[in-house]
Each structure stands twice: as C-alpha cells, then as structure tokens.
Design a protein around this ligand. Structure first.
Ligand code: URA
Ligand code: SF4
Length: 257
C-alpha cells in the first residue's frame, strides 16, 4: 500500500470514529478508477499543507494575579490548591444544589486544556469532568488526534452543576472564572480548546457567536485558543462532527509545531 493510501485510510478510520463514515466511505469503496484509486476524502491528508493555520482572531489578556494579591485564588500554586478552594466555594448560588464540585482533572504538564461549559448530572455525582455521554464523545475526539484523555487537562467554565443543566448565568460565570484563569496560568498549556459558546465567549471575553469564532487562532494571554462545538451539541447534531474534526486538527497542528 502506498504511503498516501495508508494515510488516507487512517484518515477515513478517524472520520468513521467521529461518525462521518456515511459520506466518505462510499468513496473508499469505489473501484471504478482501479485498484490504485485513492478514496475521495474532502481534505487530502497526504497532501494537506500541515503548517497552514487559520488566521489570527481575538486576543484576551486579563491581568494575572500579582505576587502580593490577597485573593486566595491568586495565591494558589498548584491545581490541587485550586481544587481545594473550589471544594469549599460558596461564591455563587450554584453551590446550593451541587452534590460535588467538579474542578477539572488532568496532569500538570498537559499541553492541551479542554474547556467545557459546566458539570452535568454524572459529573455532579462523581466530581469528575466529562464522564457522561458527552464525555465519551470527547474521549473519542481526543483519541482521533492521538491524544489520550489522560494527557489532557479537562475542565469547565463553572465548577458546580447548573440546575437542570441550564446555561450558567453571567454572575455565576463571573464568580467562577478566576479558578479557570488560575488553572490555565499554572498549567501554561500550548493550546486551549474551547468547546461550545459558553467556553469560547468566556475564554475570549466576547459575545460573538460560536460560528463567528470558529476557524481562527485566538489568544488567551498569548496561548492559542481553538473554538469548536460542544460534544453535547454533536450528540444532538451529528452534522457538526466533521467541522469539529477540522477544528481539533488545527489544535493538533499547533501542538505539533
Ligand atoms: N458538559 C460540560 O460542559 N462539561 C462536562 O463536564 C460535562 C458535560
Ligand atoms: Fe464557587 Fe464556581 Fe461553584 Fe459558583 S460554580 S459555587 S463560583 S465553584
């Protein structure tokens, strides 16, 4: 098998994993162009210019905590210290109905940080981020760019579950976001993947729609930010799997560069 063909097949396998098999595999099965004909993939991986990134987007540069700040969040130096503060936090009304706080999890040396919206039911029950249905899909998305979930720091904008999974409100986000920003400050990742409108708008301090924010390389304190759909939205609308795949490949390219 030629290298190009092997690459194209690997690509198809990944697409299939992400649920995009129906359209593409028809091309793969086609034999009318002879045995050497390559499957028709929308983006020919073998020839794709791997260094081309989307244009720059927004830049958000909130001041970081200074050394002498009195705020306990700014005085933390480890992820565990942040998790301990979150555990006891009552800064917003989401503390009232929570079972567990969900500070986020992953290694301190993670090069990718995934930011979601807020814990759902399973997350609230377990204290772990993205462990329900959306979490399963996130794990698949990450493995499709060869990132074992264990190597990624996964967290949310708000650390306590909004009742009935409603959107977190502005005051709740404002109260909780110092934890996220401090987590990013400690982690110093190479890329941030913001999944869904809440994550994207919070990390970039904008009201722009997800559609307008996709396919650009934004910056948070200088760190590249890639915006894509939320896995829960993909479960409702499988048509968004393909574009999500394109987005995470941008993150992969930055990690590889
Ligand atoms: N959705 C999120 O945004 N975060 C989770 O942790 C789980 C589902
Ligand atoms: Fe505190 Fe955030 Fe939980 Fe609100 S959501 S109580 S700010 S940890």
């Amino acid at each position: 098998m030629t290298d190009g063909r092997a690459l194209a097949l690997a690509y198809l396998k990944q697409q299939q994993m992400l649920g995009g098999d129906a359209v593409i595999l028809n091309g793969a099965r086609s034999t009318e162009h002879g045995a050497e004909a390559l499957p028709v993939a929308p983006t020919p991986v073998a020839n794709a210019p791997s260094s081309v990134l989307p244009p720059p987007g927004l830049s958000f540069d909130p001041p970081s905590g200074d050394l002498f700040a009195a705020d306990p969040v700014q005085r933390t130096h480890t992820l565990a210290e942040i998790a301990a503060l979150v555990h006891d936090c009552t800064k917003c009304k989401l503390c009232e109905a929570r079972t567990n706080t969900v500070p986020g999890e992953g290694p301190t040396n993670a090069r990718l940080v995934v930011v979601g919206e807020g814990p759902g039911r399973t997350e609230d029950e377990t204290g772990r981020p993205f462990v329900g249905k959306a979490g399963e899909l996130l794990t698949k998305i990450l493995s499709a760019i060869e990132l074992p979930r264990e190597q990624v720091f996964i967290c949310n904008v708000v650390k306590c579950r909004p009742p009935e999974n409603r959107l977190p409100q502005y005051d709740e986000i404002a109260a909780c976001v110092p934890y996220l920003f401090r987590q990013i400050e400690i982690l110093k990742p190479a890329v941030i993947l913001a999944m869904g409108g809440t994550a994207a708008q919070t990390v970039l301090n904008t009201k722009q729609s997800l559609g307008a924010l996709r396919n650009l390389v934004h910056r948070f304190r200088g760190i590249p930010v890639i915006v894509t759909y939320h896995p829960a939205a993909l479960l409702r609308n499988p048509n968004w799997k393909r574009p999500t795949w394109d987005d995470v490949r941008i993150a992969r390219r930055i990690l590889d560069s």
